[in-house]
Ligand binder design. Sequence first.
Ligand SMILES: *Cc1c(COP(=O)(O)O)cnc(C)c1O
Length: 397
Amino acid sequence: MLQIENSAFAVNERGYYGNFGGAWIPEMLYPNVEELRKNYLDIIYRDEFQEEFNDLLKNYVGRPTPLYFANRLSEKYQTNIYLKREDLCHTGAHKVNNTIGQILLAKRLGKNKIVAETGAGQHGVATATVCALMGIECIVYMGEVDIERQAPNVARMKMLGAEVRPAKSGSRTLKDATNEAMRHWINNPMDTHYIIGSVVGPHPYPDMVARFQSVISEEIKKQLLEQTGNANPDYLVACVGGGSNAAGTYFHYLDEPSVKIIAAEAAGHGITTDKSAATTFLGKKGVLHGSKSLLMQTLDGQVVEPHSISAGLDYPGIGPMHAHLWESGRAKFYDATDEEALAAGFELTKLEGIIPAIESAHALAVLGKLNAGKDETVVVSLSGRGDKDLATYMKHI
Ligand SMILES: *Cc1c(COP(=O)(O)O)cnc(C)c1O
């Protein structure tokens, strides 16, 4: 894990990316977050931490993941497209890079219990996995509605030994599960670490998660140099839910101005409808889950229920790092509708024999909007595999 400091796009000492970030938390949560903030950098850059982290990424997760030149897809778009294969990680997505990092950190902070929240269950599964690996107790809060909708992931978590607790308040979905998980952490500050699954939440979570995921861009740099003689692509594309696979993909390229950074947001039925999750198009500045960022909200500040066909992108905000990349113009944001994402998922399957997660298909869906040239290079983060989405794909065959 390389460091970036002194970058206009890195977090500052107060936990801000430009105008976004910080730790907007109830006083009761302050001791927990402060303990983490004081210790995280010191712990994760210790040699012995790095050794264990890298060993698990290699031998448990299966890193480095390949950087694959997609020949037929490249022909279709008349450019040179490389796929970063996070779909080949253990558990089928990039999320495990972060949960491995956080479980190792939790152990060094003397915590022997883990709490997490999950929406679709992907982060819950990645958390339950590393808790099984380490023999640590795991409680996952999940909205009652989501528990019904996501039965296979609930079964996975239970088989891995986690306790899945239903969140029964509000809309009984992710936002409510997050509130319950935070409340649980407030009540169990001594022995429990809270594993957040994306680059969201109060400082230092966005920065910490980005650093754990930065292994993605570290590998892309090496692999692209080996394969093309140039470590820098012309375009770097990733989907943004909270923004963790995107943060990992961008991390070591943020200060390379020749690399165009592209984010794909989920437009749902379209950004002009009330069924969308495209935060930079529809959101305004606001505070959600402990940080100031862009947020889909009503005029009086109520959080709007987002919609996307992909559970992983169905989030009313984005991480503060991405809000800053958007405001500063460093990243360009595109949106892809449910339909466009489905079409891109089928296209990759037919052309390359790879069934992508429906989240990742949103990144593929913007390829046609880039106008990348014949001699240019595009790297796309294929954040996860599509097995979990087969029922969704089948409905549209
Ligand atoms: C959860 C998930 C996402 C969205 O989360 P980010 O934090 O934005 O990366 C994207 N792709 C897959 C496969 C996921 O499971």
